[in-house]
Design a protein around this ligand. Structure first.
Ligand code: SF4
Ligand code: SF4
Length: 289
């Protein structure tokens, strides 16, 4: 038996609802046990050292794991960040533990851990674009992970995996591609640093209701057949593969269940895409749609 490569990973939660974690725990192929316990790829194993919801450790001992990973595994670990980063008043509105009796802010942890990571994955729309915590009036001064890296001159490569929540496949697929082929190349990411593998087409391009749209047959209320455009569907301006990948074990997805796409993977989620049940102007559609 050859040696198994252990890839250390740290998962930090900042300002969010924990929904991204819950979604990833629903991964099916591979499932979460395969991901965390088994060799996720031949001879490769993710060693998840810190995750607030599923780790057994608590208190100071577990904070030591964070410090130890950032020093002893410098440049060798993956940092996964869920949630936006509170920055107002030096970030005091989000803390993880204490150092010498003083709270350590999420902002401090994220700066420290990002700077010494091999790569950062911003997971979910709060981490990638600010999401709901950054929505007006944004009382805690939340920013996206990318904004923090840029502001503090941190050059660690990063990838944005949006979604409210993100699909488990988007996370697992990105992780697997890093383990197999190394860090994503710039040409594999779009201008918002999302993997093109999952985010290169709009919902509208692959929607099963698209024929209704082309025929101008629009539903006037929820539950009717027809395209949901007049009910506020954001599918024409939202890039993700939900219509072909589907959710919850490939059972269904938002538009398939009669709801509109609310644009949860969009950079403008939530402020710019709101009010979400008001019809978009067709002039806002990207040219290729
Ligand atoms: S507007 Fe929405 S429901 Fe209509 S075709 Fe596009 S994505 Fe589908
Ligand atoms: S269909 Fe739209 S709202 Fe639903 S998960 Fe996909 S991107 Fe988000």
């Amino acid at each position: 038996m050859g040696e198994v490569l252990e890839v250390p990973a740290i998962w930090i939660q900042a300002a969010g609802c924990t929904g991204c974690s819950i979604s990833i725990l629903n991964a099916d192929y591979p499932n979460i046990k395969n991901l965390l316990i088994d060799e996720v790829l031949p001879k490769k194993h993710i060693n998840l050292r810190f995750h607030p919801n599923i780790m057994a450790g608590q208190g100071e001992a577990i904070l030591e794991v964070l410090k130890e990973t950032s020093t002893e595994k410098k440049g060798k670990y993956l940092l996964i960040i869920e949630g936006a980063v509170p920055t107002k008043d030096n970030g005091i509105y989000g803390v993880i533990g204490e150092r010498e009796g003083k709270p350590i802010t999420m902002l401090e942890w994220i700066r420290e851990l990002s700077a010494s990571a091999m790569a950062v994955a911003a997971l979910g729309s709060c981490a990638t674009f600010g999401g709901i915590p950054k929505a007006r009036p944004n009382p805690t001064g939340c920013k996206s992970v990318g904004e923090i890296l840029e502001e503090y001159g941190i050059k660690t490569p990063y990838v944005n995996i949006p979604g409210c929540p993100p699909h488990p496949d988007w996370f697992v697929g990105t992780l697997a591609s890093i383990l197999l082929m190394g860090l994503p190349r710039e040409e594999d990411l779009d201008e918002l640093r999302r993997p093109k593998l999952f985010f290169s087409q709009t919902i509208h391009e692959n929607c099963p209701r698209r024929a209704y749209y082309d025929e101008r047959k629009f539903a006037k209320k929820f539950g009717e057949p027809g395209c949901l455009y007049e009910l506020g569907c954001r599918g024409p301006v939202t890039y993700s593969d939900c219509p072909v990948r589907m959710w919850n074990g490939r059972v269904n997805w938002c538009v398939g269940s009669g709801a509109t796409c609310i644009g949860c993977c969009s950079e403008g989620f939530l402020d710019e895409i709101s009010p979400i049940y008001v019809k978009l102007e067709e002039a806002e559609f990207p040219k290729e749609v």
